[in-house]
Design a protein around this ligand. Structure first.
Ligand code: ZN
Length: 192
């Protein structure tokens, strides 16, 4: 049995009815390219692991979580956004609800030239936010937990979430792409 599988089993056992601790910026697991998922976990364990990831994301609360953020270097991310924000924010950000899903070995390519700059944050860097320019629309490709390869066109905020989480699985954090002079504490951002 692989060390990785052992670690996932231990994590699932520990946090079966709980949320897993979120790894913060500075931990090398966030800077490595995660291993592509290729059946390292058996199906039951994969589903238990996804359940821990989902609970951890929803309780944070967040709209996406990548496996390295709970210390596991596998290319698995969970995404889902109830988009419970005021209508004017929802409209300006094209932030509409994104139904929960799991993306295994995701990749994306921009569809079109349009980019949008908005403030985003990360559960691994709580208390900060910065402007990040991202493609407004991407074709996202990923494997679902049943093993089927999916390609989905994401636009607006869901496209941003998909890019942010896919980047995590390749060791990239939003601060690598931010406008550095926009970096702000969340508190100061809210005040302004
Ligand atoms: Zn993040």
């Amino acid at each position: 049995m692989s060390a990785l599988k052992d670690r996932v089993m231990a994590l699932v056992e520990l946090y079966r009815d709980d949320v897993a601790p979120i790894v913060a910026l500075g931990d090398p697991v966030l800077r490595r390219v995660a291993e592509p998922y290729d059946g390292q976990l058996d199906d039951a364990l994969l589903h238990e692991f996804i359940a821990v990831m989902r609970r951890t994301m929803e309780m944070a609360p967040g709209v996406g979580l990548a496996a390295p953020q709970i210390g596991i270097g596998l290319q698995i991310a969970v995404l889902g956004d109830p988009a419970t924000v005021p209508p004017e924010i929802a409209e300006s950000r094209q932030r509409y609800p994104l139904e929960f899903f799991t993306a295994i070995n995701p990749t994306y390519t921009a569809t079109g030239e349009t980019t949008a700059s908005f403030y985003e944050g990360c559960l691994s860097m709580p208390g900060y936010t910065a402007l990040v320019a991202r493609s407004l629309a991407v074709a996202g490709t990923y494997t679902d937990p049943a093993g089927a390869r999916q390609t989905v066109e994401f636009t607006g905020w869901p496209a941003r979430i998909f890019q942010h989480e896919t980047d995590h699985l390749h060791g990239t954090i939003y601060v690598d792409k931010m406008d550095p002079r926009s970096l702000s504490t969340t508190e100061n951002y809210m005040r302004r």
